[in-house]
Write a protein that binds this ligand. Structure first.
Ligand code: DNO
Length: 356
């Protein structure tokens, strides 16, 4: 396992590479070209520049999160091949720059969804929260404004304002897309990019849907064990893998996280590890990484990852906003650094106890 932190790039992130470099045990970052719109090709020069910047700070790029997928690919529109060609070009340039991991998602229109980006906890910190009862009262074309109000002025990942200004049109384009179609469109996409992935040994790691059920009536397919195993079979190559995300899959208490990990042996290329607290059906809030602060058993999650021989990058995921820090919600330095340290500590003890 290789502990990393997510970094959105200079000008987009309140956290600097210099700060990340000082978090014990973190040697690499997971980053992206945050200015890119889904569907745009990334040039080799731009990737090279990003890589130099990260390496100049004494860190490495361990993977990209995300190269976002254009809606035409998810919908299966007649112009999808144009965007797949751009995607292949991006993959090729990443491979040429020696980057071999890409995290992406296949969620229609909205990426991760929350009803509150700053829910106040008894300890005075704030966390991201989701409640179906609140979401069901928000109209789809109002969700962006609701979320954006509490973004602390940051552009949120997967919520590109340019795309969000076309919500109505996007909804109508997705009207004939059901779960079956979404699976078929994912298969089409994966088959079209696999030759490039094979040529450059690029591991594709699909991110689970967050929360792990359909929202706003849009289908979602990366929701639990059965569907994940089905996705692996769409293209049965180890390069077609998963970002195991405890917070996304854990949003549904029915998901047995250690079992999902063990069943995905050999296909988990990246791990997002965070805790959350269940408040009721379809209602949860995020928590500090420590097991006792939420509902998930972080030891059991890390133990399962250790047992399957997971050797890819891991990152602490969303943290609480603590100690007065102002950052992109979920992505401050302080609580994620605490999270990384805690996860590294758990991992060290699992490792030492297993090799004794
Ligand atoms: C939210 C993230 C997601 C994730 C994408 C992957 O904080 O976990 O935005 O990066 O879904 O493409």
């Amino acid at each position: 396992m290789n502990m990393t932190m997510r970094w959105f790039g200079t000008g987009y992130d309140s956290v600097t590479l210099k700060q990340i470099r000082q978090v014990p045990g973190v040697k690499g970052v997971i980053t992206t070209l945050y200015n890119k719109q889904p569907g745009e090709a990334w040039s080799r020069e731009e990737i090279h520049k990003l890589k130099n910047e990260v390496e100049d700070s004494g860190l490495t790029i361990e993977g990209i999160e995300s190269v976002n997928i254009h809606d035409s690919i998810k919908i299966g529109s007649s112009d999808r091949d144009k965007y797949i060609k751009n995607y292949n070009e991006t993959l090729e340039h990443l491979g040429q720059e020696d980057i071999h991991l890409v995290c992406y998602n296949f969620m229609p229109i909205f990426d991760w969804t929350r009803s509150d980006l700053a829910k106040v906890r008894p300890d005075g910190s704030t966390v991201l929260a989701y409640d179906d009862k609140v979401i069901s009262k928000i109209k789809p074309n109002e969700i962006f404004a609701t979320i954006d109000k509490k973004s602390n002025g940051f552009i949120l990942p997967g919520w590109e304002p340019e795309r969000m200004s076309h919500i109505k049109e996007l909804f109508s384009l997705y009207k004939n897309v059901d779960e079956k179609k979404l699976f078929a469109n994912l298969k089409y996409f994966l088959e079209a990019i696999m030759p490039t992935c094979e040529k450059y040994n690029i591991k594709m790691a699909i991110h689970p849907d967050d929360p792990a059920w359909p929202v706003f009536g849009l289908p979602r397919i990366v929701t639990g064990k059965e569907n994940i195993l089905k996705i692996f079979k769409l293209v049965d190559s180890p390069l077609n893998g998963l970002t195991f995300c405890s917070g996304s899959l854990g949003s549904n208490p029915e998901n047995d996280l250690p079992d999902i990990i063990r069943s995905s042996k050999g296909r988990i290329h990246f791990a997002h590890v965070r805790n959350l607290k269940y408040n009721g059906a379809g209602d949860f809030q995020e928590a500090a990484h420590l097991s006792s602060d939420g509902s998930l058993d972080m030891f059991a999650i890390l133990k399962a990852l250790y047992d399957i021989g997971f050797d890819g990058p891991m990152r602490p995921d969303h943290g609480r906003a603590i100690w007065g820090e102002k950052s992109m919600p979920g992505y401050g330095l302080y609580d994620r650094a605490l999270g990384a340290t805690y996860l590294n500590g758990l991992w060290e003890s699992i490792e030492k106890m297993s090799t004794k």
